[in-house]
Design a protein around this ligand. Structure first.
Ligand SMILES: *[C@@H]1O[C@H](CO)[C@@H](O)[C@H](O)[C@H]1NC(C)=O
Ligand SMILES: *[C@@H]1O[C@H](CO)[C@@H](O)[C@H](O)[C@H]1NC(C)=O
Length: 427
């Protein structure tokens, strides 16, 4: 049917049908007008040929209609799956399973009961004692707790840990609460905006998240980084002597609780890995680190904030989704095998990932620096550390960042109501 395919509007497919009927009636009437006495035999032949032709044409056109119908259904479904692109429900389901949950619940309960021995973290209290000099030399834990200062810390510790454990659940709406829980206390400390309601609604105009990758040494991003309203640095990154590469402004230091745990015990560092004036936002990677938090918070002049456990759960699910996806695509193995390959119960997002997530929540624009690796660059710009920790899946996190930069793909577990700001990655 070359004719019908040339024409563009849908009605054209029916035209050949009418066309045929027209020519048939015309021919039929013309035969009728001829001699009636003519024997039927002669007219029957062309009539039948015409009839067969008609059936043939009718079959073809109806097929064409049918085919066009199927085609348009196909087109529709293809358009539907591409826009909006859907997330894989199997991956969503697997990513939502917290493998170590039961164990961590037990550990938290033991801590609340004052049972530290099972954690092999007894030295936590012992080293505190040594640092704060508030004991009579008794290495027995309950005796330590009988000291008035420790007893107060102990009560604070239990209260904070209990609240944290109770709040720990999946709640994607937490992205919209980050300004209130992080930006408001920081603004109050910086005396930027004394109106808490205001500062909770307005975000930082621009944020730089500065990772520690050695690729920073290849460029001079220092002044570009410092030009951002808010600069987030990671863990114990140094800026001294690297100003031209990494800038010198630090609005917050985003750390995992192990950094504070180690710092709390070094006299030169005590609770302030960045000096006394840099606010810290910290995620708890082991519940027992609330001990360090409790001691450090009391002596911290600048804010020492702990990430909301609901925010931790959200970050953890997102990275796990990307990690599961990558695992299945690259190894061809089943989702069940992911856990043993990645040490399921210990698997954790990196500090960098959660710092980026925090920036998404509190900033109108996000720039990412010093993330990613290169064969020509050191792992960290300021250390000689070589190996990557295998409890992180950096490749999965890079896939997440590139979806953020792309800006069109849905991010798993983030509520659609939350608008993700534009993200730029500097390499
Ligand atoms: C979802 O992902 C799993 C594992 O990668 C895969 O087997 C499955 O086919 C995917 N489902 C869809 C609908 O794409
Ligand atoms: C930490 O210290 C700040 C300032 O002293 C205080 O406002 C806050 O309540 C403390 N946090 C906890 C959980 O005790």
């Amino acid at each position: 049917m070359p004719k019908s395919s040339e024409q563009k509007d849908g009605s054209e497919t029916e035209t050949p049908n009418f066309c045929c009927i027209d020519s048939f009636t015309h021919l039929a009437s013309s035969t009728k007008s001829k001699n009636n006495t003519f024997p039927m035999k002669r007219t029957v032949r062309p009539f039948f040929i015409l009839l067969i032709l008609l059936v043939f044409v009718a079959t073809l056109t109806s097929r064409a209609i049918l085919r066009k119908g199927i085609l348009s259904i196909e087109l529709e479904t293809r358009v539907f799956t591409r826009d909006p692109p859907s997330l894989n429900s199997t991956l969503l389901k697997y990513a939502a399973v917290e493998i170590g949950e039961e164990k961590s619940r037990q550990e938290i309960q033991q801590l609340l009961d004052g049972n530290f021995a099972s954690q092999a973290r007894h030295r936590t209290f012992v080293s505190w004692r040594r640092f704060i000099h508030h004991d009579g030399g008794d290495r027995n834990l309950p005796a330590t707790l009988r000291s008035p200062l420790f007893y107060r810390y102990w009560l604070d510790f239990r209260r904070v840990l209990h609240d944290w454990a109770r709040k720990r659940r999946f709640q994607p709406g937490i992205m919209s609460e980050l300004t209130r829980s992080v930006k408001v206390p920081l603004d109050r400390y910086n005396k930027v905006n004394t109106n808490a309601v205001d500062s909770g609604e307005k975000k930082y105009s621009s944020c730089a998240v500065v990772g520690n990758s050695g690729i920073l040494l290849n460029r001079n991003y220092g002044s570009l980084i410092d030009a951002h309203e808010f600069v987030i640095r990671l863990n114990n990154a140094r800026v001294d002597n690297y100003e031209s590469k990494v800038g010198k402004k630090t609005s917050i230091s985003f750390v995992n609780s192990n950094i504070l745990h180690l710092c709390a015990r070094r006299s030169g560092c005590f609770c302030h890995p960045y000096g006394p004036n840099v606010p810290i936002v910290m995620y708890i990677c082991q519940a027992v680190h609330f001990l360090d938090y409790t001691v450090c918070n009391a002596s911290h002049k600048s804010p020492l904030l702990v990430t909301d456990p609901r925010f931790d759960v959200l970050c953890s699910r997102i990275v796990k989704y990307y990690s599961l996806k990558r695992f299945v695509e690259e190894t061809g193995k089943s989702l069940e095998q992911w856990s043993s390959a990645h040490d399921g119960a210990l698997f954790h997002y990196s500090s960098g990932m959660q710092a980026v997530m925090l920036a998404l929540g509190i900033c109108d624009k996000v720039s990412i620096f010093g993330f990613g690796k290169s064969s020509s660059a050191k792992h960290h710009y300021h250390t000689n550390q070589k190996a990557e920790l295998h409890l992180h899946d950096y490749e999965a996190e890079y896939a997440f960042y590139s979806d953020l930069v792309d800006g069109r793909k849905p991010i798993p577990f983030i509520s659609e109501k939350f608008k993700i700001p534009p993200v730029v990655m500097y390499r």
